[in-house]
Design a protein around this ligand. Structure first.
Ligand code: HEC
Ligand code: HEC
Ligand code: HEC
Ligand code: HEC
Ligand code: HEC
Length: 390
């Protein structure tokens, strides 16, 4: 139910640029919805060259395959998505495409998903592999990729070689799925997905630092983001002033700066970042009444009808938490912490879907998704200071 509501909001991206260049024209042809069927492979192709399976590409492109397998793109059809899609009727392709156009874009994946929804025992399960290599790289059995780093020697190449195009090195390639167009769903005048526009307004765009520069360094296929603590640490700077206790008052300061994230920190409505300072007892427990915190997030209601607050950090911006709380008699230490819940919104969404239909078709998948979404949380930063006796 909620699925249908949300899907109605996900309108196709319209042109972001007034002036269109070759890259815009290429991307318009490249990202049809769904990506058109590949058709019959050329007679000269071996079975391996004809296959759309990531494992087939991985036979020859081992580095990309090893990276991709660990990425969220490879897990884009996990239980959170499937738990919502199992309730869709297999003939309702328009509702399916509202999700698969970003999560599993190939026509062959749509076909395999529909088979699955019809209850057929799986023959292949290309849709389960999410955003596969071929979705970004193969059209009508022709390989497309970035221009080669080093010119390749002549001779006969597998899959008839490839067409190199600078579109693969351009952030607009990513915007297809990471930016809503002007007609897409917006709250308070800001599209729900606005990463490309945030980046365009940042100094990184002027420096020519594309999405790929940070998310695919050295052309790696890892796409780390907020789910990865190391990546997130690269995007921010945490500073503290040592806590002091004077006249029965404890004071301290925690600062979080968006120092290296190419867009708002964080960019989506789904994560929640919490800055906290509190006093702790001898057994390292939070002492009630001593916590002060600040949330850095774009908070929206579960039905996406309302933006509750937007405290995300624009590139260069900082959030300051100034702590001033009476010293608790049991306090032995003071904790300064930055906590990240990458899937905060989804945990709430899965809970509400499960509450509405505890025995629904997708319930067991949604329970698995809820568990995953809670487990993705981590401490970005923790500092523990003892409160010495005055
Ligand atoms: C039999 C081995 C083999 C298989 C299977 C294979 N490739 Fe390739 N691929 C190659 C080789 C070798 C090259 C370099 C070709 C050249 O220089 O013309 C290449 C080139 C490419 C390029 C261009 C790289 C660049 O520099 O831009 C892309 C993209 C690509 N392959 C994607 C794929 C995808 C996606 C699949 C699976 C659907 C796949 N390949 C399957 C061997 C293979
Ligand atoms: C066909 C659509 C599509 C394209 C094109 C695409 N992405 Fe994604 N991307 C997704 C989806 C869907 C997810 C979420 C996967 C999931 O968790 O279910 C995602 C996830 C990510 C994440 C992980 C974020 C996190 O929460 O940690 C990063 C980073 C990312 N993409 C960067 C990129 C970059 C950079 C490009 C361009 C080179 C790109 N993407 C191109 C669809 C796409
Ligand atoms: C315009 C591209 C786009 C469309 C269309 C889209 N998504 Fe996503 N989806 C994303 C991106 C990007 C992420 C990663 C966001 C993040 O990590 O915060 C994501 C993440 C998710 C997640 C959480 C990660 C996971 O795999 O469990 C779920 C669940 C999800 N989408 C469900 C859906 C459903 C259901 C639909 C159809 C109604 C849909 N999405 C349509 C781009 C899209
Ligand atoms: C979300 C889209 C996406 C997916 C999925 C994807 N790639 Fe790529 N791939 C790219 C982009 C973008 C580049 C160029 C990055 C750059 O130039 O910074 C690239 C580059 C490449 C190259 C050229 C590497 C080089 O060093 O020159 C090869 C080969 C390749 N990809 C193969 C694969 C294979 C194999 C898979 C699956 C295991 C895969 N890709 C999955 C987007 C994708
Ligand atoms: C200067 C480096 C840099 C550039 C450029 C950059 N990013 Fe990021 N991105 C990061 C860092 C660091 C994170 C982790 C912190 C965070 O989540 O904000 C991140 C997180 C993400 C996420 C995780 C979701 C979230 O809510 O934060 C997505 C998706 C993403 N980036 C996509 C993109 C896309 C698409 C572009 C290009 C329009 C891009 N990024 C440009 C550094 C960069």
């Amino acid at each position: 139910m909620l699925l249908l509501f949300i899907s109605a909001l996900l309108l196709p991206m319209s042109s972001l640029h007034a002036a269109s260049d070759n890259t815009d024209a290429f991307l318009k042809r490249h990202w049809t919805q769904p990506v058109a069927p590949q058709g019959k492979p050329p007679k000269s192709f071996s079975k391996l060259e004809a296959s759309l399976e990531p494992s087939a590409c991985g036979t020859c492109h081992q580095r990309q395959w090893a990276d991709w397998k660990t990425s969220l793109h490879a897990h884009a059809m996990g239980p959170g998505v499937m738990g919502q899609l199992v309730g869709v009727h297999p003939t309702d392709t328009s509702s399916l495409r509202d999700c698969t156009r970003c999560h599993a874009p190939l026509a062959e994946q749509e076909a395999s998903l529909i088979k699955k929804l019809r209850g057929k025992k799986r023959t292949d399960a290309l849709h389960e592999q999410g955003l596969v290599c071929a979705a970004c790289h193969v059209r009508k059995n022709v390989r497309y990729g970035p221009p080669p780093m080093t010119p390749k020697p002549g001779g006969k190449s597998p899959h008839n070689g490839f067409i190199g195009t600078p579109a693969f090195e351009d952030g607009r390639f990513c915007a297809t799925c990471h930016q809503f167009g002007a007609d897409g769903y917006a709250l308070n005048g800001k599209p729900l997905e606005n990463t490309y526009a945030e980046w365009q307004a940042s100094p990184y765009a002027n420096q020519g630092k594309q999405c790929q520069s940070c998310h695919m360094p050295d052309r790696r296929h890892l796409w780390r983001g907020i789910h990865d603590a190391e990546m997130t640490r690269k995007g921010v700077t945490v500073e503290t002033t040592p806590p002091t206790a004077h006249d029965g008052q404890v004071s301290a300061r925690l600062t979080l700066t968006n120092s290296g994230t190419g867009h708002y920190f964080p960019t989506y409505v789904t994560p929640r970042v919490t800055m906290q300072i509190y006093q702790e007892s001898a057994d390292k427990q939070l002492i009630e009444g001593t916590l002060q915190e600040k949330i850095v997030a774009r908070q929206v209601s579960l039905d996406l009808s309302e933006e509750l607050a937007d405290t995300r950090l624009v590139p260069g911006e900082r959030a300051v938490l100034d702590y001033l709380v009476p010293r608790h008699p049991d306090a032995q230490g003071i904790i300064m912490r930055v906590h990240v819940e990458p899937d905060y919104f989804y945990s709430g969404l899965y809970r509400s879907l499960l509450e509405a239909e505890p025995d629904g078709k997708g319930a067991s998948l949604l329970r698995a998704a809820l568990k995953n979404s809670l487990e993705s949380s981590y401490d970005l930063y923790v500092q523990r200071n003892s409160l010495s006796m005055p």
